[in-house]
Write a protein that binds this ligand. Structure first.
Ligand code: NAD
Length: 476
């Protein structure tokens, strides 16, 4: 139990698992095997900083090794705990199964406030933490492949891959030991934006299904819908940016650590992000109303609520006041088990974290494959594709010419058709396909069974079935 009397994050994930497994025909032994966390390694290490030894505590939890490598981010936050990394590692197992990335689930965390240290100090701390994990194969291209999460990004991943390469000088696949790296360290185009982009693709797919939209008491398309976003970090910023700039969604409120800003006509997310970078928070953003009690804006009137900051923000204490008919869990675990029950009773449709934020691990999978194949996606076929398109365009032009059929090619058609797919286009295509396919697999269970009434249980059933299948094929 936590301070609000609700189950802890890990207990919440287990309770959600239990809701689904109760509807499945798993043997108790197999159910237990899938649910429990295989191992959690705790490390305490010292780094000499500012003239004295500072001791840090970090974790790497492996939830399930039904497929290897196991995969999951490394989080830097002051409140990181064993309970939290185990909950997040379990979610990774189910997430990977749902979106068909061939990994088991893992997660890591370091108890640290990254804003309290300068860049050079963070590098020393990260390298030391990575050293501890690498020497136990808890970072390894074939066994355990971390990625960024809250408080970490490309910079930390670049330090980790370099540390691994220094300790494994003859490993030709060294770059595949971690994903979310910058391009020049073996990263892939489209990884930084991937989780937010995946949130956008998830909503686009949801709105393709009129029946599902109606269940959320909404109608029409994304265009003109209002949304509130919590957290303008990697996930929230990209999701809000793409939804507002490309799909016509109005972001009517954005919640950050220092409060929230509200603008009924829709916030300009790019300008707001720059404001935060320059001023350290949302307060004072021109043209918007500032509200000090940011979390109260979770209860604001809007069509779509996008919690994209952290876990447990929608709990028994505020769930009843949530007004959005549709919530997409861009963060991991933003809704507690108790709040989930209240929201479902109110008829609110929840697109669950396990699916909604799977864009990150999906593109991480593409990055890992790129690293193992040692070649950029599109490098072999892009120009061949363009050459074939050129042939077709030349023939169309001949047919539409003076002596031909008199057809006219649309302006821009030629340029668009002649452009072969580069790495970014291929990554986005693969991500879009993944998000569509995974949604449809959840949807089949949601609508295909009388005993399944929400997308979360549907997602768990799909994921648990796939993990169970892998165990069964291994003879368990
Ligand atoms: P981040 O550190 O880049 O951003 C988090 C943002 O939330 C920051 O802007 C921070 O200021 C804000 N924030 C923190 N506490 C807040 C509070 N109490 N109220 C309002 N805002 C607050 O982290 P991220 O990578 O964007 O991760 C956010 C969530 O998404 C986490 O739950 C993470 O596990 C999940 N996630 C991230 C990825 C990824 O690829 N980065 C992938 C899947 C899931």
């Amino acid at each position: 139990m936590n301070v609000t009397g609700e189950p802890s994050f890990r207990e919440s994930v287990d309770l959600m698992f239990n809701r689904a497994s109760a509807l499945m025909n798993l043997s108790p032994g197999l159910e237990q095997k899938i649910r429990v966390c295989n191992s959690t390694y705790t490390v305490r290490f010292g780094v000499r900083l500012r003239g004295k030894i500072e001791t840090f505590t970090g974790y790497r939890s492996v939830h399930s090794e039904h497929m290897e490598p196991v995969k999951g981010g490394i989080r830097y936050a002051i409140n990181v705990s064993q309970d939290e990394v185990e909950a997040l590692a379990a979610l990774m197992t189910y997430k990977c199964a749902l979106v068909e990335t061939p990994f088991g689930g893992s997660k890591g965390g370091l108890c640290i406030d990254p804003r309290a240290w300068d860049e050079h100090e963070l590098e020393l701390i990260t390298r030391r933490f990575a050293y501890e994990l690498i020497k136990r194969d808890l970072i390894h291209p074939a066994q355990n492949v971390p990625a960024p999460d809250m408080g970490t990004g490309e910079r930390e991943m670049a330090w980790i891959v370099d540390q691994y390469a220094r300790m494994n000088t003859t490993d030709i696949n060294a770059k595949a030991c971690v994903t979310g790296k910058p391009l020049n360290s073996g990263g892939i185009r489209g990884r930084v934006e991937a989780t937010g982009r995946g949130v956008q693709y998830a909503l686009q797919e949801f709105f393709r299904h009129k029946e599902d939209v109606a269940l959320a008491r909404l109608s029409g398309t994304l265009d003109g819908k209002t949304a509130v976003v919590q957290g303008l970090g990697n996930v929230g910023y990209h999701a809000a940016k793409f939804l507002s700039e490309e799909d016509g969604v109005k972001i009517v409120a954005a919640i950050e650590r220092d409060g929230a800003v509200v603008d009924a006509s829709g916030l300009n997310i790019e300008e707001l992000k720059q404001w935060i970078a320059a001023n350290g928070g949302v307060k004072g953003f021109p043209g918007a109303q500032y509200v000090e009690d940011g979390a109260s804006l979770l209860e604001h009137d809007c069509d779509i609520l996008i919690p994209a900051a952290m876990e447990g923000v929608i709990h028994k204490g505020n769930a009843d006041r949530i007004r959005a008919p549709l919530i997409i869990e861009a963060a991991n675990g933003p809704i507690t088990f108790g709040a989930d029950e209240i929201l479902r009773a109110k008829g609110i449709v929840i697109i669950p974290d396990m699916y909604a934020n799977a864009g990150g691990v999906t593109v991480s999978y593409f990055e890992w494959v790129k690293n193992l194949s040692h070649i950029r996606f599109g490098r072999m076929q892009r120009r061949a594709e363009e050459a074939r398109s050129r042939l077709l365009v030349a023939e169309l032009e001949r047919l539409s010419g003076d002596e031909g059929l008199g057809w006219e090619l649309k302006p821009n058609f030629k340029d668009k058709f002649l452009t072969g797919s580069d790495e970014l286009a291929l990554v986005r295509s693969g991500l879009d396909d993944t998000m569509r396919t995974a949604y449809q697999s959840m949807r089949e269970v949601w609508h295909g069974r009388n005993d399944v009434t929400d997308l979360r249980v549907a997602a768990y059933i799909v994921a648990i079935s796939r993990v169970a299948e892998t165990y069964r094929s291994k003879g368990l």
